[in-house]
Design a protein around this ligand. Structure first.
Ligand code: BV8
Ligand code: ZN
Length: 255
């Protein structure tokens, strides 16, 4: 972890009025949640098109639910790590956190005004679209798999965004709005899935100082102003220390 790069980031954060952080599976790695593309990544064992698409659910809802039930069981055993805790603290002073993660560990850490672009594995929706509002169910195991809609008794589905499905317009709008910032951090994401992967470019076009924190180079590394190749949990902790020790704590978003 280059001390200069971290010092540069801390200085930029001290000077910033508006800070936005986009996170991916890498921030939950230290909590024990497998990533998608890493060596033990989900996509090594399973094909997204077999499990994370409306077609797959239509074809075999039991198989899709088996996979989500398995991920829920795994995530239920995980706790937020230092990266989640630092970002939760920053959100208290206005930093906007936008996540691709469906594990809700940012929420558990107390992150305010979190934008969940791809939904939550702890929320369900009626697959039949009967009008039943989505509901939260954290029971592991679920008493009934596949679960059913409490209103129309047809199949329920995980309230996540599958490939080929549009994101909720209000979430896309909130994320685009958050791209108007002074510092934009992409943390623990391979920057391959759109529209989330387009946000760093959006922020850059808006004049933001863009930073990537990742243990590896990614599709976005060449795009950003500063790429820090180190674990998010270590970098964010160090930056937070530097940011607060060298001056009065500042609000991270005074609009
Ligand atoms: C849509 C929820 C249209 C479900 C997910 C433009 C160009 C090309 C393709 C497209 C395009 N626009 C749309 C597409 C198609 C598609 C797409 O992007 N395909 C990709 C694969 C090419 N996008 C879609 O289908 C989107 N929908 O476009 O709909 C539409 C529009 C209007 C109306 C109707 C339809 C929907 C995309 C959302 C899909 N759902 N998740 C579930 O989880 O089950 S995506 C899922 O995969 C995650 O949410 C996340 O977004 C993505 C995984 O990426 P990461 O989180 O970054 O994880 P990954 O493992 O890849 O990387 C981890 C990184 O962390 C690595 O770089 C690693 O080095 C690093 N790391 C590891 N440890 C650490 C670390 N870094 C720091 N510290 C550590 N300790
Ligand atoms: Zn229903």
């Amino acid at each position: 972890m280059s001390a200069d790069a971290v010092a540069t980031l801390a200085a930029r954060l001290r000077a910033a009025l508006r800070v936005t952080v986009l996170t991916g599976a890498g921030v939950s790695r230290a909590s024990g949640v497998p990533t998608f593309r890493g060596a033990e990544g989900l996509w090594r064992q399973f094909r997204p098109e077999d499990l994370a698409t409306p077609e797959a659910f239509h074809r075999d809802p039991a198989l899709v639910w088996e996979w989500y039930a398995w991920r829920r069981e795994m995530i239920a055993a995980c706790r937020p790590n230092t990266a989640h805790d630092v970002l939760a603290r920053w959100s208290e002073t206005g930093c906007r956190v936008v996540t691709q993660n469906v594990d809700d560990l940012h929420l558990t850490a107390g992150t305010r005004n979190l934008v969940r672009l791809h939904g939550s594995i702890w929320e369900l929706a009626c697959a039949n679209g009967c009008g039943q509002p989505r509901w939260r169910d954290e029971r592991v195991p679920l008493p009934e798999v596949p679960p059913v809609c409490p209103r129309c008794s047809s199949l329920a589905r995980p309230a996540v965004v599958w490939f080929g499905e549009g994101l909720a317009p209000e979430d896309v709008e909130a994320a685009m709005h958050a791209c108007t910032c002074d510092v934009f951090l992409a943390v623990g994401t391979s920057s391959l899935v759109y529209p989330a992967a387009g946000l760093v470019g959006e922020a850059r076009r808006g004049g933001a100082f863009t930073v990537e924190i990742n243990t590896e180079r990614t599709a976005a590394s060449a795009q950003v102003d500063l790429a820090i190749q180190a674990p998010a949990e270590a970098v964010l902790l160090r930056v937070d220390e530097l940011r607060t020790t060298n001056s009065e704590p500042r609000t991270l978003n005074r609009t």
